[in-house]
Design a protein around this ligand. Sequence first.
Ligand code: ACO
Ligand code: LMR
Length: 264
Amino acid sequence: GKVRAPTHIISTISDDRGEEPCYAGVPMSSIVEQGLGVGDVISLLWFKRSLPRYCTKFIEICIMLCADHGPCVSGAHNTIVTARAGKDLVSSLVSGLLTIGPRFGGAIDDAARYFKDAYDRGLTPYEFVESMKKKGIRVPGIGHRIKRGDNRDKRVELLQLFARTNVPSVKYMEYAVQVETYTLSKANNLVLNVDGAIGSLFLDLLAGSGMFTKQEIDEIVEIGYLNGLFVLARSIGLIGHTFDQKRLKQPLYRHPWEDVLYTK
Ligand code: ACO
Ligand code: LMR
């Protein structure tokens, strides 16, 4: 019979050995002929299945909304400084990407973890927020440097509008909104931010699509797939900032002395 040599790598998401590459078993020609988009490709390569249109549309909206947020945010700032130091595209891009984390853009997974745990355990927003405070943990997905209760984040509103009209159940999103109502009663900057909106809504997408077992949802949340959406999206903007600085022939950046408090 056949002798199977042991392999060093196992891979389950794509196969390039045939006449054309396949993503999760779907041939490239079928992806193109069906007019599928980047949301479908993400469904196949990340979630290993074709998701319903409202899910792929939601993924695409997240990518569009998170693609950029101006030159002043952590990621763009790093990319701009790196590009102005004469570094190449990849160096400038990763320099910006490296700022994505628990404070900036990378709070989506933790928001999903904490909102899911609190909702599934039946905690009221008060009990959830106060228990986080006792533990000394900032609520992931809540708070913003410039957005306020009276100057909400348009991206969050757009995601919520889409979800309320297209997603069958939005229980986690509504829970996040209740949490926001409570946090806003404490301080005006404690709005539901775009990370929190995506994290809670993705839970609704996973649970409501009927395409994932409970165990698979736990695994997605545990592994931390969702920050990948922000990383992917913001790469678009960071690449744009790199090209912009090069096009503008900007010189080496040096921060002004006046803007530093030199102290002992
Ligand atoms: N949960 C509870 N309390 C909070 C939170 C929060 N998420 N955020 C701020 N506060 C409170 C704290 O009491 C804080 O005091 P502390 O510094 O003693 O803990 C107080 O508000 C003052 O906060 P600010 O200094 O005004 O907040 P800052 O502007 O520095 O932080 C930030 C903004 C980093 C987004 C913060 O709100 C935070 O850590 N949020 C959680 C992480 C998160 O969701 N990040 C994603 C932001 S959206 C994006 O990057 C695309
Ligand atoms: C972003 O998307 O980069 C922002 O929400 C962060 C910011 O400080 O504006």
